[in-house]
Design a protein around this ligand. Structure first.
Ligand code: ATP
Length: 332
């Protein structure tokens, strides 16, 4: 094998650059050439290849986002789009492709595998919703960003007797809320996987007040909106819904902070850079061994490869013990 390619696809995640660097430098170490594909599958179809060498990935290990840009491509979902992508890859002499992204990107990558191009997926998504890996690149950085915000909200919260409702990303997955809630000492964490009753939330807040808590932080994953049955629009921000409900029910003053895209940005944490470096290196080794159609992930600190077909069959399990622990520690 002489040439491999790498692309980033789907939502960007801090640490993608560290993964690109690891792919390029591991390939360089083994004397392979690397092409970078700009804008994910869109760039594959439109022949947006650039040459990468160990120097082109200097000074990116600490940067958020992705130097290769990311995109979503409707065209790639069509057989014509996929055929064009395969044609371009073959013409460029690419014998193996590393796809850094989420579940959707891996489903797209499987179409290339079926066409005979070995692909290896690297899980990178802040939601941490990909099975067969304990963590995805970007998740740790996002949790740290949310915790930093909670710390700041606590500073102002200590000056006022209020309920602070903070909304974080996670349309289908409560991972960010659960980890950040435990690390940030939130009084209540609402996640899509648990159908919490808002009346119970109010009771918890009232009992905290009786225990002498001057303020409380309620962390809400954006996806919990689907759990509410109070007849409001599901598109309405989950946090505003919770804040209104709590105010009406308890009489406590509430304040809302919706974090939005700041959760995607920032310098990757050391954990994300280490994970990205290990997965990037292993992905290249896998291609050199002639193994494709797999995703590399971390399972109990070991780097493991799993066939993508297996990944697609599974659901990422959430350890609800974390959620319970956050509530136990906040209840005292
Ligand atoms: P994130 O978790 O951040 O959303 P993702 O990788 O899951 O990342 P998607 O938008 O789901 O992001 O997928 C990225 C791209 O992968 C899509 O724009 C599309 O081009 C391609 N893709 C997704 N699913 C398929 C599929 N079933 N067949 C072909 N291509 C697909």
């Amino acid at each position: 094998m002489e040439t491999i390619a790498v692309l980033t696809s789907g939502g960007d995640a801090p640490g993608m650059n560290a993964a690109i660097r690891a792919v390029v430098r591991t390939a360089g170490y083994h004397r392979l050439s690397v092409l970078g594909v700009m804008r994910g599958f869109h760039g594959l179809i439109h022949d947006e290849f650039i040459e990468l060498n160990p120097r082109s990935v200097a000074d990116i290990i600490h940067r958020g986002g992705t130097i290769l840009k990311s995109a979503r491509s409707e065209e790639f979902r069509t057989t014509e789009g996929q055929a064009k992508a395969v044609e371009n890859l073959r013409r460029a002499g690419v014998e193996g492709l590393v796809v850094i992204g989420g579940d959707g990107s891996f489903r797209g990558a499987m179409r290339l595998q079926e066409a005979g191009i070995n692909i290896v997926g690297i899980p990178a998504t802040i939601d941490n919703d990909i099975p067969c890996t304990d963590f995805s690149i970007g998740f740790d950085t996002t949790v740290n960003t949310v915790v930093e915000v909670i710390n700041k909200i606590r500073d102002t919260a200590t000056s006022h007797e209020r309920i602070y409702v903070v909304e974080v990303m996670g349309r289908h997955s409560g991972y960010i809320a659960m980890y950040a809630g435990l690390a940030g000492g939130a009084e209540t964490v609402l996640i899509p996987e648990v159908d919490d009753s808002l009346d119970e939330v109010c009771e918890r807040l009232i009992s905290g007040y009786r225990l002498g808590k001057a303020h409380s932080i309620v962390l809400v994953a954006e996806g919990v909106g689907g759990n509410f049955k109070a007849g409001r629009s599901l598109n309405e921000s989950s946090a505003f819904h919770v804040a209104d409900y709590v105010r009406e029910k308890t009489g406590f003053e509430t304040r809302v902070t919706v974090l939005g895209h700041i959760q995607r940005g920032g310098n990757p944490t050391a954990n994300d850079r280490i994970l990205a470096s290990r997965l990037g290196a292993r992905a290249v080794e896998m291609l050199m061994e002639g193994r494709g159609g797999c995703m590399v992930g971390v399972v109990h600190t070991e780097i493991k490869a799993t066939p993508l077909e297996e990944v697609f069959k599974q659901e990422k399990a959430l350890d609800l013990g974390f959620h319970q622990l956050a509530h136990i520690l906040a209840s005292q």
